[in-house]
Design a binder for this molecule. Structure first.
Ligand code: C5P
Length: 246
């Protein structure tokens, strides 16, 4: 085991802005990772794979270890259904969750209202993020398959604008879009970005990646990192290296 890293105050702040993606279906793996990274990581992303396999047990396990949760389930349904699901989320005490902006203004507004109402009697209010255009879509796909004839950037800006209008706290975006979104929506808009690779890490299936430092410099509020931390032999050392690079 490596000695505990002495973090500068700037690194301490940045540490709380790094979200580690728990992309696994194994609860044992989660236990092992969260144990190894105790003190180094304060926020984990639980997405479809883990949630489909273990539901709230996975969330509870991480919360019991003292870390927090970004619930990445990208809700996309009618206003009543999503807002009711959001009320359940409020009972579960996660730090942030997301929904699809393409679910529409009404759905986002209703969810905002439900979270505000439910959180008034809870100890805290989860951050609500909107997903704009999935990075797996190209401009060509959007035009051909959905009749969306705007540029990709314009679609992202318009959907992020809709999220803001509905009262959402921010968006999830690719690192390429962070600077544009920060300029457009100002300093209080929360921007969470995956697609991050520390210097020297393999890109895996990510195409255009930013380093943690680049993403923060562009204005990211939080960055999401998965495999460069979770798929290496020494996750704690990987995290130390990332913190040292900032
Ligand atoms: O392992 P890696 O760092 O590539 O993991 C990134 C995480 O962010 C994964 O959970 C992936 O699903 C998520 N993500 C992404 N790109 C997006 C949206 C989400 O990589 N556009």
């Amino acid at each position: 085991m490596t000695a505990k890293l002495e973090l500068s105050s700037n690194q301490k702040t940045l540490k709380d802005r790094i979200i580690v993606a728990l992309d696994t279906s194994s609860l044992d793996m989660v236990k092992k990772l969260v144990g190894e990274l105790e003190g180094y990581v304060s926020l984990y992303k639980v997405g479809f794979e883990l949630f489909t396999a273990h539901g709230w047990d996975a969330v509870d396990l991480v919360r019991k270890k003292g870390a927090d949760i970004f619930l990445d389930l990208k809700y996309h349904d009618i206003p009543n259904t999503v807002s009711k699901a959001a009320e359940v989320i409020c009972e579960k005490d996660v730090q942030m969750f997301n929904l699809h902006t393409l679910g529409g203004l009404e759905m986002m507004k209703k969810t905002r209202e439900a979270v505000d109402r439910r959180s008034a009697i809870r100890k805290r209010k989860p951050i609500i993020l909107g997903v704009t255009i999935l990075t797996s879509h190209s401009e060509k796909d959007l035009a051909r398959d959905f009749g969306m004839n705007k540029t990709l950037d314009q679609s992202v800006l318009d959907l992020a604008g809709l999220a803001k209008k509905a009262g959402l706290d921010g968006v999830v975006s690719s690192p390429q879009e962070v600077e544009m979104l920060r300029k457009e929506f100002g300093k209080d808009f929360i921007i969470v970005t995956p697609g991050i690779r520390p210097p020297g890490s393999p890109k895996d299936d990510q195409k255009r990646t930013f380093t943690p430092q680049e993403a923060f410099e562009c204005g990211a509020s939080y960055i999401v990192i998965g495999r460069p931390i979770t798929s290496v032999s020494n996750p704690r050392q990987a995290m130390e290296k990332i913190l040292e690079s900032l």
